[in-house]
Design a protein around this ligand. Structure first.
Ligand SMILES: *Cc1c(COP(=O)(O)O)cnc(C)c1O
Length: 419
């Protein structure tokens, strides 16, 4: 059973002060997750997590992660600016972008961020933009084909198609790219790959590590480039559904260590640092969307209308993604009613849940929509003139702090030009 990190009683008090809808984050959970990740990779002295800013671009959250030793992973101008404003600098910032505008490379270089190139042609583009090639440089690898793991009767545990994805260098381009970058002045190299998203398998990172470690050993041997870090990027998933098993981060860290000792150590590469760029794993379960029941509608189905909508959490509408829902105060009642839980957009896909078994819902009930901490608020948009919600932090001492105010109509109108 999935339990909210906040009680019905706490939420009653919070909603006295802050109107729904809002995203609520769990400081204790964020810190515990960051510490568990760090402990899982403590065997690697250079280990660092670069939190994927796009998952939760909120200053207070980034600060908490910074206190836990994390850097940031950015892929746009404003994500770089946000990192800078939050006090991240130099090697604390990873810049893993694609189709990158010149001004973004210029800012990344100015901040001293580690630049992770997405394509061979970006080598010359970067040189032309900033006038030099940084000493430390990284390239994103795409092995092509299909990536799959853990075949069973139910199918593959992990399955994705890097060959269809727009990211990264081919193997040949990577060898040529490293030689070229070296000739242009680079001397500390990194490689990066992101082969599958939201994986629920302790085998994903170790399998990816195996691929990247072998590649790094070949690259160092054949090009003479010193590979200093290997970036396993994001992709470690979370159990959105109550019957799914959470990843065991300690087992994942141990699995990567095994590959490290099997491949890198014998290649004389025991100085390689391991980096991660996790977003979902760090924040997903540590945030939820809180919304209030406004209306019931009984037509061909039973609808529960809430004050949040897909503009606050887009994943169900966009991917048909499952997000668990708790009816607060009724967590222990039987789920003997079936509802569609819907928002107010004039879009028929604005449904947080379809045919969901829930306890009997009453007007005014508070619903917690779980696992909105990553790729939740951040994917929000203004369609139908909906305003972005507030973000709140449930602190370790049980108090609540506003960490982003809700948008106002003034914010919405601020970019419009009235003739
Ligand atoms: C989105 C993204 C991540 C984070 O992915 P998660 O699935 O949230 O772990 C990391 N690195 C890059 C380059 C990304 O685009």
């Amino acid at each position: 059973m999935k339990k909210p990190f906040v009680t019905a009683q706490q939420l009653q008090a919070i909603t006295q002060q802050y109107p729904t809808p809002f995203h609520l984050y769990n400081e204790k959970g964020i810190r515990e997750t960051a510490r568990a990740l760090k402990a899982a990779f403590a065997w690697n002295p250079g280990f660092k997590e670069y939190f994927a800013v796009k998952a939760t671009p909120t200053p207070t959250i980034l600060k908490i992660l910074q206190e836990e030793g994390c850097g940031t992973d950015c892929s746009s101008l404003t994500e770089l600016m946000l990192s800078d404003k939050c006090g991240f600098s130099g090697s604390e910032i990873m810049f893993s972008s694609n189709e990158t505008p010149a001004e973004e490379y210029a800012l990344a270089a100015k901040l001293g961020a580690t630049i992770n190139l997405d394509d061979f042609t970006h080598i010359d583009f970067l040189k032309d933009t900033i006038g030099y090639i940084p000493e430390t440089i990284s390239c994103r690898f795409n092995p092509g084909g299909v990536f799959q793991l853990g075949e069973s009767k139910e199918g593959f545990q992990v399955m994705d198609t890097p060959g269809d994805s727009k990211y990264g260098f081919t193997r040949e381009q990577l060898f040529e790219g490293f030689r070229k970058l070296k000739s242009m002045g680079a001397n500390r190299f990194g490689i990066h790959a992101f082969l599958a998203s939201n994986t629920l398998s302790d085998e994903y990172y170790p399998a990816l590590a195996g691929i990247l470690f072998r590649l790094a050993a070949d690259l160092q041997k054949e090009t003479g480039c010193h590979v200093c870090f290997i970036n396993l990027s994001g992709g470690v998933g979370i159990p959105y559904r109550p019957d799914q098993r959470a990843n065991d981060i300690a087992a994942i860290g141990a699995g990567v260590k095994e590959q490290y000792e099997k491949i890198l150590v014998p290649a004389g590469m025991d100085d390689v640092a391991i980096f991660t760029e996790l977003g979902r794993y760090m924040l997903g379960p540590n945030g939820c969307l809180v919304t209030k029941v406004l209306h019931f509608k009984h037509t061909y189905k039973e609808y529960v209308g809430v004050d949040a909508c897909a503009a606050n959490l887009m994943r169900p509408a966009m991917y048909g993604a499952y997000h668990h829902i708790s009816v607060m105060g009724k967590e222990d009642l039987p789920c003997d009613h079936v509802y569609d839980v819907v928002g107010g957009l004039c879009e028929n896909n604005d449904k947080f849940a379809i045919d969901r078994a829930l306890p009997e819902i009453a007007l005014g009930d508070l619903l917690v929509i779980h696992d909105s901490g990553a790729h939740g608020f951040s994917m929000g948009y203004n369609y139908n003139g909906k305003l972005r919600s507030a973000e709140l932090l449930l602190k370790e001492d049980g108090s609540v702090k506003l960490i982003r105010r809700a948008e106002t109509p003034e914010d919405y109108f601020s970019t419009m030009i009235f003739e």
